[in-house]
Design a protein around this ligand. Structure first.
Ligand SMILES: *Cc1c(COP(=O)(O)O)cnc(C)c1O
Length: 400
């Protein structure tokens, strides 16, 4: 296929919010994807932490195909049996009491913010502010871009919605100082800042944040859109920290690529919401729920959470070998993350060049800013896949 003409049309007809891609994909299977000219890639980005069950897992594809032939949509005016089943299974897996389904991560967070405000207003009229962390990422709608503590996602969109404040991440005294019992409705955090560069919270930080919120009758909202669904080796990454937030949001891997977001809440918080308080045309529709249920089946049947834990530490070991000082691979300074969400921190600002070199050599990885590579492979990865990826990365470092 003619990539030059695809690129021309891309630049001519699509809103120019994405850089013109150098890789054009046509199909995928398991850990691999192929481009429009048949070139094969080992996928260590997994659609940015979406394709946890691998590309086109047979179980997910056939569940979706079956649903597509049965009922695609009926609206929330009618009962959708697999939506109830999905809510029940997610609540059972996470310990939350109720679920709301939407179509994306941003919408899951938007619902979390609305729910937090609604709940907080039952305590006091002024209790409405959402505190989030600098360098966070919570989505691209106007409200979630405002919750996102990175000015580059907000520039040009004034006036931004009111009622958002920011604190430095992993700094408990800053949170303590900012939080006001009378005006703060919720604290919203990622257990690992994904888009911010794969930066994990410290255990003390999340635990203290949980305690401070509980002491001040303030909600803790955890954005697990990237870290949830077993990616870090636990269903929710907050389990690693021994922390149970009042609201947790999921999206990315939930539907193995079919768009779906979920907002999970405790009964206490959920009880603030009644009929008509929120909604979504497509949220929780039969296709999305079929894809998510099949995803949960595959996670259980193939022990993907356990695999993420084991292979995550194998990946860390394998990458740590590349830290040899003096060698060309010394381009890599450190490795951080949990399970199969790992950030490779480079010693020089060449993340984009290195990512492109990897793609040239048949490995897809992501870059964040100019000095971090993001690895978020499907959770079905094997040791052989990790060996193959590490070899290509080493090769790419040498050839840069
Ligand atoms: C991807 C992501 C979002 C936004 O999800 P969309 O589906 O793109 O709206 C929000 N929060 C986190 C932590 C994410 O990784």
């Amino acid at each position: 296929m003619d990539i030059a003409s695809l690129s021309n049309d891309f630049e001519k007809y699509l809103l120019g919010v994405f850089a013109t891609p150098s890789v054009w994909l046509e199909k995928g299977s398991g850990m691999k994807v192929w481009d429009v000219n048949g070139k094969e890639y080992l996928d260590f980005l997994g659609g940015i932490a979406v394709c946890a069950t691998g590309h086109c897992h047979a179980k997910v594809s056939s569940a979706l195909c079956a649903q597509v032939q049965k009922l695609m949509h009926c609206s929330n005016l009618y009962g959708i049996p697999n939506e109830v089943e999905l809510a029940k299974r997610l609540c059972t897996s996470t310990g939350y009491d109720r679920a709301f389904f939407s179509n994306s991560g941003a919408e899951a967070n938007e619902a979390a913010i609305k729910m937090a405000r609604k709940w907080a207003h039952t305590i006091g009229d002024d209790k409405s502010t959402i505190i989030s962390a600098s360098n966070s990422f919570h989505g691209r709608t106007l409200v979630t871009a405002t919750a996102t503590g990175q000015p580059k996602f907000q520039a040009g969109y004034n006036p931004l919605p009111k009622g958002f404040e920011y604190v430095p991440y992993n700094n408990i005294s800053a949170l303590q100082d900012k939080l006001d019992k009378k005006t703060t409705a919720a604290v919203m955090l990622e257990p690992i800042q994904g888009e911010g560069g794969v930066i994990p919270a410290s255990k003390e930080y999340l635990r203290s944040a949980r305690d401070i919120c509980a002491d001040t009758n303030t909600l803790l909202v955890m954005d697990e859109i990237q870290t949830g669904m077993g990616r870090t080796g636990k269903f929710l990454a907050s389990e690693h920290f021994g922390v149970k937030p009042d609201i947790a949001t999921l999206a990315k891997a939930l539907g193995s690529g079919f768009p779906i977001g979920a907002t999970l809440a405790t009964e206490n918080v959920a009880s603030a919401m009644g009929p008509g308080d929120h909604g979504s045309t497509f949220g929780g529709n039969p296709m999305a729920c079929a894809a998510a249920l099949a995803t949960l089946d595959v996670m259980e049947e193939e022990d993907l959470m356990d695999n993420a834990l084991k292979l995550g530490s194998y990946l860390t070991d394998r990458l740590t070998v590349l830290l040899k000082p003096g060698a060309p691979e010394a381009l890599i300074g450190s490795v951080r993350g949990f399970g199969l969400l790992q950030g490779v921190v480079l010693n020089s600002p060449v993340a984009v060049e290195l990512k492109n070199k990897c793609a040239e050599l048949g490995l897809l990885v992501g870059s964040i800013g100019d000095s971090v590579l993001r690895l978020a492979p499907p959770l079905i990865a094997t040791r052989d896949d990790i060996d193959a990826a590490a070899e290509i990365l080493e090769d790419a470092c040498g050839k840069l």
